[in-house]
Design a binder for this molecule. Structure first.
Ligand code: 2AM
Length: 166
């Protein structure tokens, strides 16, 4: 199964985020139920290894933090339009580093590119979009392991397990 760790917004936060993406009229807009911020992409993982990852994650203890998403931008090559934090909290980096270490201990190859936290709002944008920056603050007190399936109608994400931050 194709797995990734993410900050999975609660319904209230998701609704506020959806009010931003709903007004976008570009490319393929991400449906509200799919909005998330990836912490670490694990890729295709066998069931047995997924079990090891699930129990390994139980041992991770990281502090909660406040995340302010404020900057719109795009990855030009992939046509991804995103909302990202201007300042990356140290706690976010600590969490991602802990998850990466767990993945590496389980022989999962992780990206060696620097982590660029972003929430994808739309894909396949064709032209540049200019939006005023906007402050969107959220309290991050949990994170999730999510399964991604590619269906004909688009990506389908299922949260497998959620852990609290301390
Ligand atoms: P994206 O939104 O920038 O495309 C589920 O696919 C999540 O994992 C998405 O948030 C996606 O980021 C991220 N993702 C998908 N493939 C990836 C890869 N090969 N490396 C890193 N992140 C990936």
């Amino acid at each position: 199964m194709r797995l990734f760790y993410a900050i999975w917004p609660d319904d209230h936060t998701r609704e506020k985020l959806a009010s931003i993406s709903r007004n976008l009229n570009v490319g393929k807009v991400i449906p509200p139920e799919n909005l998330h911020l990836t912490l670490l992409f694990l890729g295709d993982i066998q069931d047995e290894l997924a079990m090891a990852i699930l129990s390994g994650t139980d041992t991770i203890q990281c502090p909660k933090f406040r995340l302010k998403l404020s900057r719109f931008g795009s990855f030009k090559r992939s046509g991804v339009f995103w909302l990202a934090p201007d300042n990356i909290p140290g706690e976010l980096i600590t969490l991602v580093n802990n998850l990466s270490e767990l993945a590496v201990m389980n022989n999962i190859a992780v990206e060696d590119r620097p982590y660029r936290p972003h929430m994808t709002l739309a894909r396949k944008i064709k032209t540049q979009i200019h939006l005023e920056s906007q402050d969107f603050a959220m309290q991050v007190s949990k994170f999730s392991l999510v399964e991604s399936k590619t269906l004909p109608q688009g990506a389908k994400y299922s949260v497998l397990k959620t852990w609290p931050l301390t």
